[in-house]
Design a protein around this ligand. Structure first.
Ligand SMILES: Cc1cc2nc3c(=O)[nH]c(=O)nc-3n(C[C@H](O)[C@H](O)[C@H](O)COP(=O)(O)OP(=O)(O)OC[C@H]3O[C@@H](n4cnc5c(N)ncnc54)[C@H](O)[C@@H]3O)c2cc1C
Length: 311
């Protein structure tokens, strides 16, 4: 059982920021989600270690979130404590910044898990670092992107992550290296870390390159993103692409492009995106998802599995 009073007292005594009764719709890119009992905003490792200890004693679970750009919260109240990386873990530093200034030299960039991918990309362009151009148009935190192995078929986090610092559910700090990291399609498991680990920072392996070349590379991703409904409330791609096919193409072929269930609408720009036109609930989105899955199975014999996380 959660002991909310103990959690609140512990947080108050230690001065850690939290809110009670918050609508999670305020914290996700699709603007959907019921109220939670408590959302906690650690700013650094010390605060997170304290929170891990507090939760271990007083809660039988927790939900971790970055910017909620890949997470659909249900409409019902959420009693499980939510830990948000929205307000901390914001630093970016080059490892050995004074060395290796020549073009093509390898540079390690150590980044806090709360930093938005767009900020990392800005830093990389400014400092002539190549390797993360594919971050363009992916709206999440570093922690969320690492956990989701975000990117595309050709470029994904697993290709550039060298090591990851975590705090385990038990409250132990661990530095994990490539040999421990099992990246797969939109997932990461870390050997020996168990479930529920918090990613606190990661080192990205980048390469020094001419700025003009980096901007050229970014243009390739800009072009691709023109095909996505970027300004709308969404969670990006809803389904994983089946082997040798595209979920968006299948959804279009079975006639769902532009189809709606209340304010939940299949984008007419990219059929693997479901948009909240303003008043959609999680229930509307989930009904639409189920309808698409059943029709794809019936008409095409294809099982569409979820890319997004449902809480
Ligand atoms: C318009 C749009 C375009 C998108 N395009 C792409 C794309 O091209 N490629 C792609 O892969 N994705 C894409 N996405 C999906 C999404 O942006 C990425 O998956 C992103 O990396 C998620 O980051 P987040 O911080 O929002 O994670 P959240 O949605 O908050 O969390 C995602 C998962 O990561 C876990 N998590 C988050 N932070 C941490 C942490 N610090 N420690 C441990 N676990 C953590 C959460 O528990 C959850 O399971 C897109 C989304 C949108 C809305």
């Amino acid at each position: 059982m959660n002991n909310l009073d103990n959690i609140i007292n512990g947080l108050k005594e230690s001065g850690i920021e939290f809110l009670e009764n918050e609508p999670l719709s305020l914290y996700t890119s699709i603007k959907i989600g019921g109220k939670c009992d408590i959302i906690i905003f650690p700013k650094d490792e010390d605060e997170l270690l304290f929170i891990a200890g507090l939760l271990k004693k007083n809660s039988n679970g927790y939900i971790i979130m970055g910017l909620g750009t890949n997470t659909l919260f249900r409409d019902e109240r959420i009693n499980t404590p939510v830990i948000s990386f929205k307000k901390g873990f914001w630093d970016i530093k080059e490892i050995n910044p004074s060395e290796e200034k020549e073009v093509n030299s390898k540079i390690g960039l150590s980044v806090g898990s709360g930093v938005a991918l767009s900020q990392i990309l800005n830093y990389a362009v400014k400092n002539c670092l190549s390797g993360c151009e594919f971050f363009f148009g992916i709206p999440g935190t570093l922690g969320g992107a690492v956990k989701m192995n975000a990117g595309s078929k050709e470029c994904m986090m697993g290709n550039i992550v060298e090591n990851i610092e975590i705090i385990t559910k038990e409250g132990t700090k661990l530095n994990t290296y490539k040999k421990d990291l099992q990246f797969s399609y939109r997932n990461l498991d870390i050997k020996g870390a168990g479930e529920g680990y918090f990613i606190t920072r990661a080192t990205l392996s980048l390469v020094r390159l001419d700025k003009s070349k980096i901007l050229e590379n970014i243009n390739v991703f800009k072009e691709r993103k023109l095909m996505q409904p970027l300004g709308e409330y969404s969670l990006g791609c809803i389904f994983k692409n089946p082997a040798d096919n595209f979920a968006g193409k299948i959804i279009e072929e079975i006639g769902f492009k532009g189809f709606s269930n209340g304010d939940a609408v299949v984008s007419d720009k990219h059929a693997n995106f479901i948009i909240n036109k303003g008043g959609a609930s999680a229930k509307d989105i989930l009904e639409l998802i189920k309808n698409i899955q059943q029709t794809a199975l019936l008409q095409k014999g294809v099982e569409l599995s979820m890319e997004i996380k449902i809480v």
